[in-house]
Design a protein around this ligand. Sequence first.
Ligand code: UD1
Length: 422
Amino acid sequence: MDKFIIEGGYPLKGEIAISGSKNAALPLMAAALLADGETSIENIPGLNDILTFNNVMRVTGARIDYDQKAQTLNINPDNLYYPEAPYELVRKMRASFYMLGALLGKVGKAKVSLPGGCAWGPRPVDLHIEGLKAFGADIKLDKGYVVASVPEGGLPGGTYTLNPSSVGATVNLLLASVRGKGTCIIKNAAKEPDVVQLCDFLQQMGADIEGKGTSKLVVKGVSKLNGVTFRNASDRIETGTYMLLAAMHPESDITLKNTNPEDLGEFAVWFKKTGATYEIDGRDMKIISPEKIKPVSVITEIYPGFPTDLQAQWAILMAMAEGEAHITDTIYPDRFSYIPELARLGADVSVKNNSAVITGGQQLTGTSIMSTDLRASVSLVMAAMYAEGTSEVLRVYHLDRGYEGLEHKLNKVGARIKRVEE
Ligand code: UD1
């Protein structure tokens, strides 16, 4: 297992190139299985989650060629003969559950393991299952697997209201229904850029979808979809993370390259309330850090609201503000495992129910801290980059799931991060 040794206190100067989006790429990869013929997706980041999902797809017999240097992924599902996704792979990554919709759409049947660390009940995939049932799929649970099939001729269709609105369930329902027989209506559908991009991709393949980017999606099943060439969006969460990182130090001077600021939703508005700002020039974004950071409380919401994937990084900026800020997560109420680690660095932080309270302005001091998940990990790296002295951040394998070349990108602009084997 690798860890990072980080020397804190250095401003960042220069350019950081934003990679292709992981969360947007995974639904596209699953959707490519629905085509007759080969699909080529550009701007696919070399992340462990992408490599894991490639292996999940390979199990089915589909041909997957990933050129990491060119960041291009070719998917040819013409020899797909084994519509299953085994526990050994699915437990590594929740998004593997997209195989359920993709395989049902492609061959009308699927056997997919329930994702790791989740129960049928509380951190659930119940909406995925109930939605598919409402559209006419037959679904059983057998020894930890979801075994599903659709009637002869394709998914009959129906209407399903997601409550709450779910990105994952919207993706799975789209994948299952675009090659169906009837009309499927998804109400309270997710409006995230990742879902909009999936609709663009499916439409280019030949799908009939109305309501893209709204909360009501109407899918009229078609009998055939074609392979396409498509360029994946840049990673909005990586953009948001580096915006916050650049705002942390008054002497930092960072330009993010290859961003799409429109995908940030209201995050951009919250960001400016801290006193930080930015200038856009095409796909470049220059971050202007404030002299003094203002405390700003946020509540995570479904898109375009403040993203749950950026609340841990927000907490680090707030640790530097003068005053108190609250962070409330309504999507994942217990996503605060990074808070006790921040306290070890000397931050004044606490958690109550689904809110963290951060009283900024304490000087953080370097020590050993441990990451527990992807976004928590990056937030601890950010904190260590600000702390006085040297920190070690343990278990950075989480970062390799979602931030392409993090230490290379940051060292190039002045950070002092060394990767060593624990
Ligand atoms: C979430 C984020 C998404 C982010 C992704 C990766 C939201 C709304 N979604 O997507 O932006 O890219 O994490 O970190 O911010 N739920 C159910 N039953 C289900 C499915 C979901 O009750 O079958 C609940 C979840 O517990 C959660 C909410 O619905 O409270 C939204 O879940 P969902 O959007 O599906 O989560 P992800 O797809 O993981």
